[in-house]
Design a protein around this ligand. Structure first.
Ligand SMILES: Cc1cc2nc3c(=O)[nH]c(=O)nc-3n(C[C@H](O)[C@H](O)[C@H](O)COP(=O)(O)OP(=O)(O)OC[C@H]3O[C@@H](n4cnc5c(N)ncnc54)[C@H](O)[C@@H]3O)c2cc1C
Length: 463
């Protein structure tokens, strides 16, 4: 099957997806990109914006958008995998502010860029609501607003909403308040990634689908870098690895990032009466402030698409199609949605999931090594919709203008060394302990309204 199984997004594409032909010969290009998700395709797009004469090829194991880019929650947000405080502590105020403003600007820029390219990704920038549904969550969100002010984040970027203000925006059950940021849009992820692949192709990018790269070889002496497949190789000045959650399946990359699974469900289209009561009139994305992340959006056809973490990390960083589904997590998501919207009829029409990638330091990475003709980007955890575009701009700048520094190349996650994950079984124990602890703290908080020592341990783990 070429489609991500059972995803709402693929079943609501305007037309069925037909796979492009596979690589069947040796090819020579300037830039070869392994992986046809947002990272690979935005990079191809941005390279051609900077230099339309470049010869670019994309090699995709299945079809463009098969990975997380075609399956995600459709939050185009300015979120970053590390907390504001952690970034500020490690790189200082100036760099932190530059990163924050770049990501905020990138949300709007993504929508504009897609529109300019004629991609209808159902992009609506209605902002995002993070609801507090317990006293502990109220305290934590109020503290996050207070800390944001200390970092010069103004009310226009992150506001506290009282209970009444929050309910007026989204009448979810048990809401006691919320934070609101305008820096988030909801979109249809598969429309975006498939649209991007069409735009790249129309600009001359050679896209080979059904083409698995088995090895990436660095340049050595006179030999240029190569992406090797069973039916031919692509030789290039640069080979870019853009394989995110699937990275550990490539030789030598098992400890580069940990594949974590995020799973989603979607409801049938809900009635006008339901939405009149619930609100989310501006298509604000929504979550609450539990530790085991949940995320939701009101889709263009008036469903709720709703996801969450909680699926286990699999030993040895293994990535298998069967991990895309987990009945326990689907049931948990359904129960959580029921808790948030008690008037919902409980009908789930789609349930799916997929891998995302987390680096050891939890920060994303962009790396370009001219001496060996290799480059890579990823590690966005669950924030890759916008981060992949920013990473692509950094990659394109570093490749086309290696001697200039730009607003993207000076971002704190660009050209930094990457720590490798611990060997097994340490990786398995550490990651799954963190996931289990997040779930335990959440249920303690909802039962008792307090979090105790485990919360301290969790915040140490998260930072
Ligand atoms: C369920 C889910 C929900 C998410 N929700 C959000 C969200 O709401 N907001 C947000 O910002 N982020 C979200 N994310 C994360 C976001 O989707 C990803 O960070 C982003 O799509 C990564 O894009 P990418 O192109 O780097 O990777 P991918 O889209 O995973 O693309 C990698 C591609 O590489 C291909 N590939 C792998 N190995 C090879 C090989 N050997 N040869 C050739 N091709 C290969 C794969 O088939 C795949 O198509 C979510 C992720 C998941 C799984």
């Amino acid at each position: 099957m070429l489609e991500p199984p059972a995803s709402l997004w693929w079943s609501t594409l305007p037309a069925p997806v037909a796979a492009r032909p596979a690589l069947s010969r040796d090819v020579d290009v300037d830039v070869a990109i392994v992986g046809g998700g947002y990272t690979g395709l935005w990079t191809a797009r941005e390279l051609l914006r900077r230099d339309p004469s470049l010869r670019v090829a994309v090699l995709e194991r299945r079809v463009c958008g098969f990975g997380a880019s075609g399956r995600n929650g459709g939050w185009a947000s300015a979120l970053y995998p590390l907390s504001n405080e952690a970034v500020n502590r490690s790189v200082g105020r100036e760099q932190f502010t530059h990163l924050r403003l770049t990501l905020q600007g990138a949300v709007t820029d993504l929508g504009e860029s897609a529109a300019e390219d004629g991609i209808d990704a159902q992009f609506v920038q209605g902002g995002s609501l993070d609801f507090a549904r317990s006293d502990v969550q109220v305290a934590r969100l109020l503290q996050s607003v207070e800390r944001a002010r200390e970092l010069d984040i103004a009310e226009g970027d992150l506001a506290w909403l009282s209970r009444d203000e929050a309910v007026a925006r989204g009448a979810l059950a048990g809401v006691l308040g919320a934070t609101f940021t305008p820096h988030c849009a909801r979109l249809h992820p598969a429309r975006l990634v498939r649209g991007l692949s069409d735009v790249c192709e129309s600009l001359g990018v050679q896209i080979f689908e059904q083409t698995a790269v088995t090895r990436i070889q660095p340049a050595r002496g006179r030999r240029r870098a190569r992406a090797v497949t069973v039916n031919g190789s692509v030789t290039a000045t640069y080979v870019i690895r853009a394989t995110e959650g699937y990275t550990p399946t490539l030789p030598g990359e098992r400890r580069t990032c940990a594949p974590l699974y995020s799973l989603m469900i979607a409801t049938s289209p809900l009635s006008d009466e339901f939405w009149r009561r619930v609100g989310l009139r501006n298509f604000e994305t929504f979550a609450d402030d539990r530790h085991l992340i949940i995320y939701g959006q009101r889709t263009a056809d008036n469903r709720i698409a709703f996801g969450g973490r909680g699926a286990p990390y699999h030993f040895g960083s293994s990535v298998e199609p069967r991990y895309d589904r987990n009945d326990r997590v689907f049931e948990l998501l359904r129960a959580t949605l029921r808790e948030l919207f008690p008037e919902w009829d409980g009908v789930v029409t789609h349930a799916w999931g997929g891998p995302l990638a987390m680096t050891r330091q939890h920060a994303p990475y962009v790396q370009v090594e001219p001496s060996v003709g290799l480059a890579s980007a990823g590690g966005y955890t669950g924030d890759g919709v916008v981060l992949s575009r920013v990473a692509a701009q950094a990659l394109a700048d570093l490749i086309t203008h290696p001697d200039e520094s730009t607003e993207f190349t000076v971002l704190p996650f660009v050209q930094q060394s990457l720590k490798r994950w611990e060997i097994e079984p340490l990786r398995w124990v550490g990651i799954n302990a963190g996931l289990a602890l997040a779930g335990r703290v959440d249920s303690n908080e909802s039962r008792q309204g307090l979090s105790g020592a485990s919360l301290k341990l969790l915040s140490r783990l998260l930072n």
